[in-house]
Design a protein around this ligand. Sequence first.
Ligand code: HEM
Length: 251
Amino acid sequence: MPENRFSMPGVRNDAPDLREPVLPVRRSKKQTILQMFAVGLLASLALPFVFHAFGFGIEGLLSNLSARTHLYRPGALVSNPAIFSHMLAGAVITLLAPLQLLPQIRERIPRFHRWIGYIVCVCAVLSAVGGLAYIGLRQTIGGPLMDFAFAGYGLCVLAAAVQTVRFARARNFERHRRWALRMFVLAIGSWLYRLHYQIWYLATGGLWMAPGFTGPFDLFQLFAFYVPYLIGLEIYFRLRPVRTAQPAAAG
Ligand code: HEM
């Protein structure tokens, strides 16, 4: 008889069981307040970009923006809806993804966590597919390297959205948690891209930035808004011990 429902013949049972749910962790009031403050701060800093993406997306879907942006091409029946609906879906994920970080929501209202999770992952797929379709049909303003970098970003978003849902449905919570964290850094990636530019511009006045996104800083930025964050997460996963369920204390 297996010792637990996931153990298999020939498999060592002292290895951490990644399929066990992560139990609620006891947190001090201070920790809870800090977590909520950090998530609230992140969400409010991203809010102006969320409004920009949402408004731009709606306008592009409902009106002719060819006088205002290169992204709109009159009569382009696929690339216009693709790029502007990707902005709408992107605004939703930038807004909602930080909420998923709050353990208070995950543990106390898991149904809410699940539904927000589905909305984030579906919108992530829509945003990535829209962005990728636009790259395929029209190419980006920054040329082949930007096409490559943004397409890489889109593929990472797609993979993270699919894997996050897949492992949640398989009740493989540790792998779900890892993919969900990747999904989170990718979900805020588009905002991080703008944030890096704002900080850099304030600090340097626009050093190494050039028209057509050809300056050294622009080129660095093509990957800097998602690759270092994903690498940082992988380092974190390796340094941090696996969180598995603790057996209930005896007695
Ligand atoms: C995370 C959510 C996302 C949001 C909120 C978002 C938002 C936006 C916005 C607002 C623009 C218009 C430019 C601007 O006003 O700054 C834009 C452009 C673009 N986005 Fe996204 N985006 C997201 C994710 C993605 C993904 C996953 C891809 C993947 C392929 C992508 C590809 C593009 C491309 C190709 C452009 C046009 C670049 C150009 O040639 O000017 N975006 N995005």
